[in-house]
Each structure stands twice: as C-alpha cells, then as structure tokens.
Design a protein around this ligand. Sequence first.
Ligand SMILES: [Zn+2]
Length: 202
Amino acid sequence: MRQALIVIDVQKDFCPGGALAVPEGDAIVPGINNLMAKADAVILTQDWHPAEHSSFASSHAGKSPYDRVEMPYGSQVLWPDHCIQGSVGAQFHPDLQTDKADLVIRKGYNPAIDSYSAFFENDHATPTGLEGYLRTRGIDEVTLVGLALDFCVNFSAVDAAKLGFCVTVREDLCRAIDLDGSLAAARAGMETAGVTLEQGHG
Ligand SMILES: [Zn+2]
C-alpha cells in the first residue's frame, strides 16, 4: 500500500486568534509534522476564498454567522469571513512544516459554492483534482488530519472512502467546531462510510 498524509486546512484563521478559530486548533501541529516523515506523499489543503464568498454570512443580508441557508447545492452553514485569498488568515500555521508538502490543493475559490472536501466542492460533483493526483501517484491509502474534524476533515474522509481509498482519520490530530451536534453526526457518518477513526500517539 502506498499511503498519503492529507493535512486539512491548518491555517491561521482556524487556529486560536483567527477569524474562525477551532478550539486548540494549533495543538495538533507538532504531531502532524511528526507524521509527515512516514508518508509516501504529503498533501496540504488550503481554504482559499475570494472576498464576498457565498459561504460568508456577510454576503447574505440579515444573516449571522452559523445561520443556515439553502443554496442550489443544498444546505449551507454561513461562516464569519475567513481564509480570504492572500490574507494573513489564509496562511498556514507558521509551525506547520509546509516544506515537506508535495502538493498544496486550494479549495473554496469558486464564489458561488463552498468546498469542505479536499476532493469535491459542496455539490459533491465538481472535482478538485486531488483524486487524479493520488491515483497517478499510486496512492491507495490516505490518512487525514487537521481542521475541522466535523466539517472539512469529515467531508474529505467520506469522499475518499466513497472513491475507494482506504481511509484513516487520526482524531488526536484533529480538532472540531461541534456546532449543534455536528461532531457526533460526523463520527457516525464517517464510520458508516467505512472510515477508520484512530486515536494515535504522536
Ligand atoms: Zn471556508
């Protein structure tokens, strides 16, 4: 088996002090760096939105962050403005060993649609290209870590499993937002999809 480590959205805006901070989001960085040396390929994802992205509450009159709206592709949580292209908040956490990455895949750049998953936009149909990259590299097993466990890690893990990859999520190297039970729902959904949830050590 050839194995890739996929590091989801370890960016300043998702860490304490950021625009959409995940509690303890920065605590996972040393453990992620340690895992990089063991992988056949290291892929980083980077949430990368144009200003006024449709996933921002500020783009919808009368809406507040964490409200939901119906979009053409389904229900969408509205977020504070975050990870705007070229902004400081969109940068990777400064301690993340980005030099070790083979590929950085940016997502959420389409103004009209969000992209939680590293594989598909939120219509579950428009590909990011990551599947093709992994297949041409001969990767059949993926390990996911990063932020946030119940959104972008969850969507990426379920898509990877549906695409036929052998998928492990290292829960100890993820942190969650946990919005209205989203963490429990994400765990159940990942297990149903055949994702292995693992509490590793270092
Ligand atoms: Zn985003």
